[in-house]
Ligand binder design. Structure first.
Ligand code: NCD
Ligand code: ZN
Length: 350
């Protein structure tokens, strides 16, 4: 097979994933672990992961759910609340349990009701995190109902992120699942302590996808997909080779019944097709040689971790994506359901 039809990469990591819990965790975990060596696991369970003990226990449940042969390491995060104890966060980091802490503005997204009502309430926590160089992972949307839902990320930069970084200039921040040109510009201009994850779906769809011929709940996620110009800005950032931008799928499974509802949940389950979808985007952009940086190198460098020691292979072959997956936990519709992609993950290289 010639080089253009096959791609060998350092094994990638996923720097933003929702693995859920219970039977849903058992259903989805291997879809992430089949490809990714490590993943930053989001803490928005019910109840949220706010203590070191809860994160340790959740990590054990993840490890019990994953096929051990896949060699997967979950990296845990703390869910920040208004009254979270800075000592608990710092202790979790020192003990190797909390890799990072996640800021959810209260009520911004799925299971964020216990999130932060005003970032100023985190001053002591952020000061501590800055001093121990512990990454702050940010869901960057304001929840102000007078702000249009499509503008909430851009307004968050002005009202929250820029002022916070002005007060904590050395804080290591990952602006998660960015969706706008403004976020790309902000991260590009910021210091080396500020990075961003980009999802496969925000590289592939614009906001039209939610309304194509009718309402399409499986393309509903938060932050919402934006206009085409924003998608193009994200594609340029992801494929630019800039080490500030790296892979984070935001794979966020919900059962079909919870998506196809009068009040459907936000979240796209892309784990079964994530690396294939990124490969397609990089291929379309003529940047396959930059996929390894985005998927496997920039993330660990940002987090101060070694890159993975093994390699994986992708091949240019048709991949038919099922309409839905049926698990004991229920049915889940994957991203790209019913479509055929042009790249397929072909496992580890010996
Ligand atoms: C996520 C979820 O379902 O937990 N949903 C989503 O649309 N991305 C939460 C989040 O990351 O906002
Ligand atoms: Zn998420």
């Amino acid at each position: 097979m010639n080089a253009a039809n096959e791609l060998v990469l350092i094994r990638p990591d996923d720097w933003h994933v929702h693995l859920r819990d219970g039977d849903l965790l058992r259903a989805v975990a291997d879809h992430t672990a089949r490809v990714f060596a490590r993943a930053i696991v989001m803490p928005n369970l019910k109840p949220p992961v706010t203590t070191v003990a809860a994160a340790r226990a959740y990590r054990e449940r993840i490890l019990a759910a994953v096929d051990p042969a896949l060699g997967f390491t979950p990296l845990m995060t703390a869910y920040l609340t208004d009254d979270i104890d800075p000592d608990e966060i710092a202790r979790g980091h020192a003990e190797g349990v909390f890799t990072a802490a996640k800021l959810y503005p209260a009520n911004a997204t799925t299971n964020s009701a216990a999130g932060v009502t005003d970032i100023r309430r985190l001053d002591r926590v952020l000061e501590r995190m800055q001093s121990i160089d512990m990454p702050l992972l940010v869901h960057g949307e304001v929840v102000d109902h007078t702000v249009d839902v499509f503008d909430r990320e851009a307004v968050f930069i002005e009202r929250v992120l820029a002022p916070t970084l002005a007060r904590f200039p050395a804080l290591r921040v990952v602006f998660e699942h960015i969706t706008t040109r403004q976020a790309v510009e902000f991260v590009t201009a910021a210091g080396p302590n500020v990075g961003a994850t980009i999802t496969p779906h925000h590289l592939e769809i614009n906001r039209n996808a939610m309304f194509e011929g009718g309402i399409r709940p499986h393309f509903y996620c938060l932050p919402l997909a934006k206009r085409e110009a924003h998608r193009l800005a994200l594609r340029r950032a992801a494929t630019s080779g800039n080490p500030k931008f790296f892979l984070g799928t935001d794979s966020a499974p919900h059962r079909v019944a919870d998506k196809e509802s009068a009040c459907g949940c936000a979240g796209i389950w892309n784990a079964p097709v994530a690396i294939e979808s990124y490969a397609r985007v990089f291929d379309e952009e003529g940047a396959l040689d930059r996929l390894e940086g985005f998927a496997s190198i920039h993330g660990p460098r940002f987090y101060g971790l070694p890159v993975n020691a093994t390699r994986v292979r992708l091949v240019r072959e048709p991949l038919a994506v099922p309409e839905r997956y049926t698990f004991d936990a229920g049915e889940i519709v994957p991203f790209h359901a019913g479509r055929t992609l042009g790249w397929r993950y072909a496992g580890a290289v010996d």
